[in-house]
Ligand binder design. Structure first.
Ligand SMILES: CSCCC(=O)C(=O)COP(=O)(O)O
Ligand SMILES: [Mg+2]
Length: 225
């Protein structure tokens, strides 16, 4: 197989799931009410509020109702596009204030850097918004790594367990699916990517994965192509 491009998931693949669940999500939950209240008239937030109202099919939902819904979605780890967009906006403050830096496994950092040097195209597909993806790499544990990447894709291209999302991303990348290697810790995401014609590799960072349907590795050190 000739791989020219990498498409990688973040949480559980390049980045410790505990950073996302124990640092990023609680930060967004803690700041949600004050952020929505203070930014209510900000056009970007107003557009997110409209998307939330559409999602819950309640065009009259007031500020308190919107905050309640978003808080519930955070608690349920819902991968809903307007929640992800809002989280990205809130995390910008946390990163800029130095409250946290974006976690990246050392092996991911080393291999992404080496692959870039070798001429591969590097791309991200995460449920986190494109802004949130860029923040994680701009303020990463290894400094500003945004320059490593050629493309960032989020759920505006479709959900990560849907084949059509991978087809749309391959099209946007201008690369045949058969030349793309998709990396993820979630089998259903890899199933969808494989159905779209991509090569796949399953990252098993912490827990053993039962009956793997894809090539399994414990770190980027073991990825060969
Ligand atoms: C961009 S960092 C935050 C990640 C996030 O919000 C999330 O839901 C994780 O999704 P992933 O698709 O990277 O597993
Ligand atoms: Mg993941």
């Amino acid at each position: 197989m000739t791989i020219t491009s990498i498409l990688t998931d973040l949480e559980g693949t390049t980045t410790d799931i505990r950073f996302v669940h124990n640092v990023l999500f609680p930060y967004a939950r803690e700041h949600l009410a004050s952020y929505v209240a203070s930014q209510w008239n900000n056009p970007e937030v107003a557009s997110i509020v409209k998307q939330v109202r559409d999602e819950i099919d309640d065009p009259q939902a007031d500020q308190a109702a919107i905050i309640t819904v978003l808080t519930r979605w955070i608690d349920q780890d819902k991968k809903i596009t307007p929640l992800k967009a809002l989280q990205g906006l809130m995390w910008a403050d946390g990163y800029a204030n130095g409250d946290f830096t974006g976690h990246l496994y050392k092996d991911a950092y080393e291999h992404l850097s080496a692959w870039k040097k070798a001429g591969l195209s590097l791309n991200v597909f995460s449920s986190g918004s494109v802004s949130a993806q860029k923040l994680l790499f701009k303020y990463s544990d290894y400094g500003d790594l945004t320059g490593l990447f050629d493309g960032f894709y989020d759920t505006n291209y479709g959900h990560k367990r849907e084949q059509s999302a991978y087809e749309s991303i391959a099209k946007a990348m201008g690369t045949p699916a058969g030349s793309i290697l998709f990396l993820s810790d979630i089998q259903e995401e890899l199933d969808a990517a494989k159905a779209a014609g991509m090569h796949t590799c399953l990252l098993e960072r912490d827990d053993k994965i039962d009956s793997p349907r894809h090539k399994v590795v414990q770190s980027f050190d073991q990825i060969n192509f």
